[in-house]
Ligand binder design. Structure first.
Ligand code: KG4
Ligand code: ZN
Length: 342
């Protein structure tokens, strides 16, 4: 059984072919970083237009890698939530068109669940039940994952996502977009204790939420002081940039590690899966490793190529295929961010 998976939730146009045994026969990711860099963030309209241009060549290239033609596919899967409305639509329309043309079923993929499934793929064995920590440009969330099709939201950011904070702070420090890798690099030469930035909500021992907007403001004040708005006038020495980057990164990592451990305690689970773009962060990965060893937690962090957006993680569609969970062709997109209700 061969499934074509499509991913266009944000600014990566990606396709992959995966099998029932979770083998990856082909995978292509067309990054749009170059298009969004000068805006220091993803511009939704630019993203959706770029998806339109790229989706068919990306699918062609993926099939070529896999040595397959369209007729060999048994199903088409597409991430239809969460994400940018225009971007999601491009993937969904492509997937539906292929399903109609080929007479194969359509499978819906939840992009956040797919980020966790990247850990399952890399582990090559069952990782459920587990706590899932998803840290991306749009989301920072903790889930109780009872099985590959059973996700219960435990907590989430109440303002910025961790990746968003990395991207915005990088902008303040004059570092390139995307901010995560630039801050990680700058932080290598910095002192993580140079600035004592806030760790919001960590004292709240029964709350599994995050908040990063105050941290962002604290960095801003450390750079410019309250009320001074023009970053163009500020000249930071390289050592200052390094210290600010390292101290900011340490604060984010502290919050992420702290709440992930709390979620394990609260749920009584012993397995932690971590996925999403920010899971690529070297400092976070090291801290998670240390804590896992100390506390005998089974830790699965997505491998680097599967942290940022890709279609391989859409292999979660195999689980839906096996459970017979197919969609009608009037399937819609569910854009925006997934938040806790009530
Ligand atoms: O999961 P992802 O590719 O896209 C979304 O679904 O949002 O995550 C992108 C985010 C960006 O904010 C980027 O700055 C961040 O992941 N990121 C990192 C690192 N690499 C990417 N953040 C921290 N450290 C990194 N090494
Ligand atoms: Zn993502």
């Amino acid at each position: 059984m061969k499934i074509l998976t499509l991913e266009t939730t944000c600014d990566e146009t990606a396709a992959a072919v995966v099998t029932e045994e979770l083998e990856v026969l082909g995978s292509v990711v067309a990054s749009q970083d170059d298009l969004h860099r000068r805006f220091r963030g993803v511009v939704p309209e630019i993203a959706s237009r770029a998806h339109v241009e790229r989706i068919l060549p990306v699918i062609d290239e993926t099939l070529k890698q896999a040595g397959l033609s369209l007729g060999d596919l048994d199903a088409v899967a597409v991430a239809n939530t969460p994400g940018l409305a225009g971007s999601l639509l491009v993937g969904l329309v492509a997937a539906k068109s292929l399903c109609v043309a080929l007479g194969v079923p359509l499978i819906a993929v939840n992009h956040l669940q797919a980020h966790i499934y990247a850990c399952r793929l890399a582990a090559r064995k069952d990782v459920f039940p587990c706590v899932g920590l998803i840290i991306s440009g749009g989301h920072t969330s903790l889930y109780r994952c009872g099985g590959p099709l059973e996700f219960e939201l435990l907590g989430a950011t109440i303002d910025d996502a961790a990746g968003e904070a990395f991207d915005k702070v990088a902008g303040m420090l004059g570092l390139a977009y995307p901010g995560g890798p630039s801050i990680q690099k700058a932080a290598e030469d910095g002192d993580p204790q140079a600035y004592r930035f806030p760790r919001a909500l960590v004292k709240d021992r029964h709350r599994l939420d995050f908040s990063f907007s105050g941290l962002k403001t604290a960095v801003r004040y450390a750079i410019a002081g309250p009320g001074r708005l023009n970053f163009e006038e500020i000249r930071l020495a390289p050592g200052q940039v390094a210290d600010l980057a390292a101290s900011f990164q340490e604060a984010i990592v502290d919050c992420l590690v702290d709440k992930a451990l709390l979620a394990l305690e609260e749920t009584g689970l012993e397995v932690l899966c971590v996925g999403g773009g920010v899971a690529a962060n070297a400092r976070l990965r090291r801290r998670l490793d240390e804590e896992a060893q100390r506390r005998k937690i089974r830790l699965h962090v997505a491998p680097l190529p599967l942290c940022t957006d890709n279609a391989v993680m859409g292999a979660i569609a195999v689980e839906r295929y096996k459970a017979g969970r197919f969609e009608e062709l009037d399937l819609d997109v569910y854009p925006g961010v997934i938040r806790k209700t009530g």
